[in-house]
Design a protein around this ligand. Sequence first.
Ligand code: PAF
Length: 274
Amino acid sequence: MKIVHTLAELRSALSAYRHPAVVPTMGNLHAGHIALIKAAKPLGDVTVATIFVNRLQFGPKEDFSTYPRTLEADCAQLEAAGCDIVFAPSEAELYPEPQSFLIQPPPDLANILEGEFRPGFFTGVATIVMKLLSCTQARSAVFGKKDYQQLMVVRRMVQQFNMPIDIVGVDTLRADDGLAMSSRNGYLSATERQEAVLLSQTLKALADAMRGGRCDYAALEAQAMSSLSAAGWKPDYVVARRRVDLQAPQPGDALVVLAAAKLGTTRLIDNLEV
Ligand code: PAF
């Protein structure tokens, strides 16, 4: 496995290949990321992971400076998973000057749910993903469905800019108790880690109610928010949305339930397709 830090090195490492399959990450990798690498492997003739903690997608009060940087351990996991190239650029390499061209996703997608609680987040994500797909000459790119809205933003961006890249979504990997794998799970104390299962349980109860025919979405969402609050969480949202565009559903729509909530100081997100 080659580990490269500059664009020049990356271009030279890629020169022998025609179809890079790319997995963009911010590092601090866990089994969920490794599942993305495994999904990427059959999609191209070279598998590339990118590791870059992207300042642009963090709000001023978020964890940019404390986000774990674990390059050595990440590379060991990537190598074991069969990754061919790791692109781990510095900020100076990727943002040699302030990034003044930004990709602004449409407000109906970018200002709801995560975008409502993390203003500017999807502009930061779309801008870095555009850069990383361009730098790596991606022909396929793999993203986790845990970041459901992010996957939708990336799909629409690639479609609207006519980029010749297949965007592949991979199902969320979960711990045995149902907690979705996330780099931010590492922030949880031992007690919080045990309590964290409530988020996926709440979504499952919501999804089960809808599968059972209930379509009083507002009442179900309110009940789910209350059960999280009663257990000491601070929920930002628990909602049922239609899968196609994350807008409010009508009976008969294919649905996804999504939640974001803080447990202590750790904000977790999760979702389930109904
Ligand atoms: O999901 C992530 O890890 C990040 O948002 C991404 C896609 C690597 C962009 O920085």
